[in-house]
Design a protein around this ligand. Structure first.
Ligand code: G4P
Length: 295
C-alpha cells in the first residue's frame, strides 16, 4: 500500500489565462500570491514567477489558522531570504489580513513616493491577486473589499471583464483573469492537495489517500494522531494497520468484526480537513527540493 496516489487532473486552458495575465501586467504594480500555508509548495502555480517577470510580489500564507505556527514562521523567513515579503493570514476569521495593506504599501513605498512626487495624487496602487483554486482567493478579496461591488470604469483592463476592487484611496485589487493551476503532473502535489481537500475525492482512491496521510502524520505528527484517536504506536508502524486501528477505535466494524477501512479513511480525511487533529503543515521549508527552489 505504499505506492503513490494517482490523481487525474484537468488542467484547463492555461494558455488563455497566461495570455490574459500578460495583458494585465502593464496595468498593475504588484502581485499578491495566495498559497495554502499547509502546503505552500504544492498550492502554487509553478509558472507564476516566469509569468509575472519582475513585478514585485507579496505572498499570503492563507489558512494559517490550520497550519503549524512554527512552520509558517519558517516559511516567512524563507521568503525573506528570497527577497519576497510573506504574511500569514486567516481569511476565515480575518486574522492577519490587516497586515496586507501596510505590507503592500511598504513594499511599494518607492512607487507611492514616485506617484506623489509626480503629482499623481489619487493614483492607487494596483495589485493582482492570484492563486490556484481553493486557496482562499475569493475569501481574501471579500474580506479586503468588505463585500463592496467590483467597480466598473472606462479604462483599459477594467472594462474587459476584469474585476477591480477598491480597498482604500491608495489600493485596488484585481482578481486573476482566469484560472491558475498547480503543478498537476506531479503526483506528490496532487496528493498533498487532496489531503487538504483542494482536489475532490471523486478523483482519488480515498483509502489509499488516507493511508498516505496516516503515513505522513505517524512520522511527522505522531502525538497529534495518538491524542486524537487515543492510540499508541511505535516508529515502525504500518500505515494501513494504523488506519484500521483508528477505525476500530471509532467502532467502524463490519460483519465478522472486520474494520471498515473505507469508512475510517473518510472519517480521518474529514477530521484532518476540519482541523480536528490540530494545526498541521504538510510541507515545511525542508520539503522544498531542488525542483521547487525557484521562487
Ligand atoms: P478560492 O476563491 O481560492 O477558490 O477559495 P475560497 O475563497 O472559495 O475558499 C475555499 C475554502 O477555503 C472555503 O471553504 C473557505 O471558507 C475556506 N477558507 C478560505 N480561507 C480560509 C482560512 O484562512 N482558513 C480556513 N480555515 N478556511 C479558509 P468551503 O468549505 O469551500 O466553504 P465554506 O466553509 O466557506 O462554506
Amino acid at each position: 500500500m505504499d505506492e503513490t496516489t494517482n490523481i487525474n487532473w484537468f488542467p484547463g486552458h492555461m494558455t488563455r489565462t497566461n495570455r490574459k495575465i500578460k495583458e494585465i501586467l502593464p496595468l498593475i504594480d504588484a502581485v499578491a500570491e495566495i498559497v495554502d500555508a499547509r502546503v505552500p509548495v504544492s498550492s502554487r502555480n509553478p509558472q507564476l514567477s516566469e509569468l509575472i517577470a519582475d513585478k514585485p510580489r507579496i505572498v499570503l500564507l492563507n489558512k494559517s489558522d490550520m497550519a503549524d505556527e512554527a512552520c509558517t514562521r519558517d516559511w516567512i523567513e524563507f521568503y525573506k531570504t528570497q527577497g519576497i515579503k510573506a504574511i500569514a493570514v486567516d481569511c476565515k476569521s480575518g486574522k492577519g489580513v490587516g497586515n496586507f495593506i501596510n505590507g503592500t504599501k511598504e513594499l511599494l513605498s518607492d512607487r507611492l513616493e514616485h506617484y506623489r512626487a509626480k503629482g499623481m495624487v489619487g493614483k492607487p496602487l494596483r495589485i493582482m491577486v492570484v492563486g490556484i483554486p481553493n486557496v482562499g482567493k475569493s475569501s481574501f478579496i471579500n474580506r479586503m473589499s468588505k463585500g463592496s461591488k467590483a467597480k466598473v470604469e472606462d479604462r483599459p483592463g477594467v472594462t474587459r471583464g476584469n474585476q477591480w476592487f477598491k480597498i482604500d484611496n491608495e489600493l485596488e485589487l484585481l482578481d486573476t483573469p482566469g484560472v491558475l493551476w498547480p503543478k498537476f503532473e506531479d503526483h506528490i502535489v496532487g496528493e498533498h492537495l487532496a489531503f487538504t481537500g483542494a482536489v475532490k475525492d471523486a478523483v482519488v482512491d480515498i483509502e489509499h489517500l488516507a493511508v498516505r496521510l496516516v503515513s505522513f502524520l505517524g512520522k511527522n505528527y505522531p502525538e497529534k494522531l495518538k491524542q486524537r484517536y487515543k492510540i499508541s504506536f511505535d516508529e515502525q508502524f504500518d500505515s494501513y494497520e494504523l488506519l484500521c486501528i483508528i477505525g476500530k477505535k471509532r467502532g467502524m466494524l463490519m460483519r465478522g468484526g472486520v474494520v471498515d477501512s473505507e469508512r475510517a479513511a473518510i472519517m480521518l480525511l474529514d477530521e484532518f480537513r476540519d482541523g480536528l487533529l490540530g494545526r498541521i503543515t504538510v510541507e515545511s521549508v525542508s520539503f522544498m527540493g531542488e525542483d521547487n527552489a525557484e521562487f
